[in-house]
Ligand binder design. Structure first.
Ligand SMILES: [Zn+2]
Length: 372
C-alpha cells in the first residue's frame, strides 16, 4: 500500500484511543490511513522523522483571537500555527453579528488552519474592545440567532466578557443576554471573567452544563480562589453541573498561586488554552505548548496535558468525531512536540516567575496531512 506521508519513529499519544506507544503514522488523501509499530516497509512520497518527538492529534487552542485585521488585538492564525503546533483555533468572540460575514469570507474560509468561531454577544465583536458590552443596544439576541442560523456549519458557541472593565454599568446584563442567546441557539456560552462587578459568585450559579468559564486561574480580587486559599463553593457546584473551566492564559489571566492552590485542591482545568493575541504572545502566554508546560510543572501528567488540548476541547466543541484524535479515517491534523529538559524561567501574569525543568515545544504541525 502506498501513502502520501509517513511520520516515523515517534511516541504516539492519543488519549481518546488510550494510545501511548512507539508507532508510525501514515497519511493518505489528507486522512489518517494507518498506525502501526513499524511502517518502514511501506511506500510513501514523504517520510518525516519523528524520533525523539511526541506525535499527537493536532493541537486545539480553545481560546484565541484570530479575527485578523478586523480588530487591533488579533493575530494571523496561519502565520502562528507552526510555531505553536496549533491546527484548530477557536476564535473567542472576535466577531459579532455585524461583522461575522467578513470574518467568514476574508479570514476563516481562506485559512489553511481550521478556525472555529464563538460569536460575540455584542454586534461589533471586539472591534471596540474597551466598551465591548457597554452599549446595551449592541446586545441583541435576535441578530445573534439569525447569524448562527446562517452559519450553523461554523459557529460552535457564544462569547461574552463579564468583568467591570468590559460591561461598564451593565452588570450581569451581557451574561444574561448571552445565556438567553445560548438557549435560543442551543450553543454553549464562553464567559470571560475578571475584576468584579459582576462577581464570580453571582455569575457561576447562572451557568449551564456545557458552558465555559475562561481565564479560570486569573489572579487578583474576585477570582476562583477565595481569600487566597480555598476554591469557592460556587465553582465546585458549577463543575458538578457540567460547567467547564478553561485556562485562557492571555496577558493578564494566569496566576501561579491561584493555579497551584486550585490544583492542590483537585480543581484541575477542563481545557488548557493560551488566549493568544498580539499582547499575550510576548507576555507570559507565548504559545500553547508554553502554557501546557506550566501545567506539567504544576504536576499534571503528560498524557493528561495532551488530552486537555486535544480530546477535551474537541468534545466541548461537539467536534469529537472529526478532531482531537488520530483515529483511522479522521482528517490528518497532527502535531509533533518535543519535551526538552533544562531550566526554563516562566512568568505568570502577576509578576511571579517559576523555573520549569521541562518544556514542550512544537516541532511541526500538519493540517489535513499538509505540513504548515
Ligand atoms: Zn481572550
Amino acid at each position: 500500500m502506498r501513502f502520501d506521508t509517513i511520520i516515523a519513529g515517534g511516541r504516539l499519544i492519543d488519549p481518546v484511543q488510550g494510545r501511548d506507544e512507539r508507532a508510525d503514522l501514515a497519511i493518505r488523501d489528507g486522512r489518517v490511513a494507518a498506525v502501526a509499530p513499524d511502517l518502514s516497509g511501506a511506500e510513501a512520497e514523504t517520510r518525516l522523522d519523528a524520533s525523539g518527538c511526541l506525535v499527537v492529534p493536532g493541537l486545539i487552542d480553545f481560546h484565541t483571537h484570530v479575527t485578523h485585521r478586523l480588530d487591533a488585538l488579533s493575530i494571523d492564525a496561519d502565520a502562528h500555527a507552526a510555531a505553536g503546533g496549533v491546527t484548530t483555533w477557536v476564535d473567542a468572540g472576535g466577531a459579532g453579528a455585524a461583522n461575522f460575514a467578513a470574518f467568514r469570507h476574508y479570514v476563516i474560509e481562506p485559512a489553511q488552519v481550521r478556525i472555529v468561531p464563538f460569536l460575540n454577544i455584542s454586534e461589533p465583536g471586539l472591534a471596540c474592545l474597551e466598551v465591548v458590552h457597554g452599549v446595551i443596544e449592541h446586545l441583541d439576541v435576535d441578530s445573534v440567532w439569525e447569524t448562527v442560523e446562517a452559519n450553523r456549519d461554523l459557529i460552535r458557541g457564544i462569547k461574552v466578557l463579564s468583568c467591570a472593565m468590559r460591561v461598564g454599568p451593565n452588570g450581569l446584563i451581557p451574561l444574561r443576554t448571552a445565556l438567553e442567546a445560548g438557549a435560543a441557539t442551543g450553543l454553549p456560552v464562553m464567559c470571560h471573567i475578571g475584576a468584579p462587578p459582576p462577581g464570580l459568585g453571582d455569575m457561576l450559579p447562572l451557568m449551564r452544563g456545557g458552558d465555559i468559564i475562561t481565564h479560570c486561574y486569573k489572579g487578583r480580587k474576585g477570582c476562583l480562589v477565595v481569600a487566597g486559599e480555598r476554591v469557592r463553593d460556587e465553582a465546585w457546584a458549577a463543575r458538578r453541573r457540567g460547567v467547564l473551566f478553561d485556562v485562557g492564559h492571555g496577558a493578564g489571566s494566569f496566576s501561579w498561586h491561584v493555579a497551584r492552590v486550585a490544583l492542590e485542591q483537585g480543581f484541575a482545568p477542563d481545557i488548557i488554552s493560551a488566549d493568544l493575541h498580539r499582547t499575550s504572545l510576548g507576555s507570559g502566554a507565548f504559545s500553547l505548548p508554553a502554557v501546557m508546560s506550566k501545567f506539567l510543572h504544576l504536576g499534571l501528567p503528560l498524557v493528561e496535558v495532551i488530552r486537555l488540548v486535544t480530546a477535551a476541547p474537541a468534545q466541548a466543541l461537539g467536534l469529537q468525531d472529526s478532531i482531537g484524535t488520530l483515529r483511522l479515517g479522521v482528517e490528518a491534523d497532527v502535531t509533533l512536540l518535543r519535551l526538552e529538559v533544562g531550566r526554563f524561567p516562566m512568568p505568570d501574569t502577576e509578576g511571579a516567575t517559576e523555573v520549569l525543568v521541562q518544556r514542550l515545544t512544537a516541532v511541526r504541525a500538519l493540517r489535513r496531512g499538509v505540513v504548515l
